[in-house]
Design a protein around this ligand. Structure first.
Ligand code: ACO
Length: 331
C-alpha cells in the first residue's frame, strides 16, 4: 500500500567550534555585553574558521540526522539545503553535501529564502513525500553568516551566527504534516539584503569599497515586520490545521531577537515553557535556527509522540512561513 503521510525520522544539529561571546565584541566594537543582552537576548554565537564553509556544517548535521534515523545516505532520494550563504553562487550546496555523503546521482537543490528557508523547505520536502514523488528527503538549514557580516558594524555583527540543522523526512502511514502558510513581499528588498554578488550589482572593486558584499538591514523596520508576520503566519497555519493556539505543545520560532519572540508570544498568549528559545547560544543562524532548536528539543526528549509543534520563520524577502507538525516519536 502506498504511504501518503510524512514523518520526521531524524533531527540533528551541528555548530562550528569557535565561539564568539558578547565580551569578545567589546574588544573591537563600541558595544557592551549589557546592550547586546538587553536588546537581543544573545550571549554567544558560533563562527566558522577561515577554511570552513556551509557544506561542512550541513554535512555534519546531515550525517547525524541519518544516523538517528538509522538510514544510509543512499536511502535518501532527494537532498535540499536551505541557505543564503552557499559554498558558491553555484553549484547548489545540496549537490556538494550529497556528493560528500556518497549519494551521487540523487536529486539535490538549494532553497534561498533566508530565515524562512527551513519552513519553505519543510513545506516543499513534505509535499514531495506526501505526493509520492520521493520516499525520503533530507532537508538541511545551514548558514555561514559570519562570512557575509561586516565585523566592524556593531548593528549587524553581533546578531549572526553559523551552524546547521537537518531533518530526514520519510513516507509514513500517519501524516505528521498538518498545515503550512508561506508568504513573501519583495517590494522593498533593501530592508534586508546582501546587495553585491548578484546580477544587479556584481562584485567589483567599487562594490567592495562600499561594503556592499555585507548584510545590510533596517533593523527597526524588520523588527516590526517580524512580530506581525510571526503572529499572522501562526494564526493562518493553525486555522488551516483546524487547531487553536491552546493546542500548540511547542512553538519553535526563528531565533532573531528575544524581544521579537517575546512580543509575538505575548500576543499569542502562549506559556513560556512551550516556546523553544536558544538564541543566547547561537545568535541568528537564519535558515539553520529552527532546525537547530528542533534538534536540541529532540535530543533533550522534550517533544513527545503526538505533540503539536508549530514552527514559524520570517526574514529577507521579506518572507514568512509557518508549519504545523504533529510529532511522531523517533524509532
Ligand atoms: N551596541 C551598542 N549600541 C548599538 C549597537 C550595539 N551592538 N547596535 C546599534 N546600537 C545603537 C544604534 O547605533 C542606535 O544608536 P543611536 O540611537 O545613537 O542612533 C541605538 O543603539 C538604537 O539602535 P536601534 O537600531 O534602534 O536598536 P534596536 O533596539 O532596534 O535594536 C536590533 C537593534 C537588535 C538590530 C533590532 O532592531 C532587531 O533585532 N531587528 C530585527 C533584526 C532581525 O530580525 N533580522 C532578521 C534577519 S533574518 C535574515 O533574513 C538574514
Amino acid at each position: 500500500m502506498a504511504l501518503s503521510g510524512v514523518r520526521i525520522a531524524g533531527a540533528a544539529r551541528y555548530a562550528p567550534a569557535r565561539v564568539v561571546t558578547n565580551e569578545d565584541f567589546e574588544r573591537w566594537l563600541e558595544t557592551t555585553d549589557e546592550w547586546i543582552t538587553v536588546r537581543t537576548g544573545m550571549k554567544r554565537r558560533h563562527w566558522a574558521a577561515d577554511d570552513e564553509a556551509t557544506s561542512d556544517f550541513a554535512l555534519e548535521a546531515a550525517k547525524r540526522a541519518l544516523e538517528q534515523a538509522r538510514l544510509r545516505p543512499q536511502d535518501v532520494d532527494c537532498f535540499i539545503v536551505a541557505t543564503v550563504t552557499p559554498d558558491y553562487a553555484f553549484p547548489a550546496t545540496a549537490c556538494i553535501v550529497a556528493a560528500k555523503l556518497g549519494a551521487v546521482g540523487k536529486a539535490a537543490f538549494d532553497i534561498g529564502i533566508a530565515c524562512s528557508g527551513f519552513i519553505y523547505g519543510l513545506t516543499v520536502a513534505a509535499g514531495l513525500v506526501r505526493s509520492g514523488v520521493y520516499r525520503r528527503v533530507l532537508l538541511v538549514g545551514a548558514e555561514t553568516l559570519s562570512k557575509i557580516v561586516n565585523k566592524d558594524d556593531r548593528s549587524t555583527a553581533i546578531l549572526f551566527g553559523d551552524g546547521a540543522g537537518a531533518v530526514v523526512l520519510e513516507a509514513a502511514e500517519r501524516d505528521c504534516f498538518l498545515a503550512s502558510e508561506l508568504g513573501a513581499d519583495g517590494s522593498v528588498p533593501q530592508l534586508l539584503f546582501q546587495q553585491a554578488g548578484g546580477s544587479r550589482c556584481p562584485v567589483s572593486h567599487a562594490s567592495i569599497d562600499r561594503g556592499l558584499q555585507y548584510i545590510q538591514m533596517e533593523g527597526r523596520e524588520v523588527f516590526k515586520f517580524a512580530v506581525t508576520s510571526m503572529i499572522s503566519a501562526t494564526d493562518v497555519a493553525l486555522a488551516r490545521a483546524g487547531l487553536t493556539r491552546h493546542e500548540i505543545d511547542f512553538l519553535i520560532p526563528h531565533q532573531a531577537n528575544r524581544r521579537i519572540i517575546d512580543a509575538a508570544v505575548k500576543y499569542l498568549e502562549l506559556p513560556r515553557e512551550r516556546v523553544l528559545v536558544n538564541l543566547a547560544e547561537y545568535g541568528n543562524t537564519s535558515a539553520a535556527s529552527i532546525p537547530i532548536a528542533l534538534a536540541e528539543a529532540v535530543e533533550a526528549n522534550r517533544i513527545g509522540d503526538n505533540d503539536v509543534v508549530l514552527m514559524v520563520g520570517f526574514g529577507a524577502g521579506l518572507s514568512w512561513g509557518a508549519v504545523v507538525w504533529r510529532w511522531s516519536a523517533l524509532r
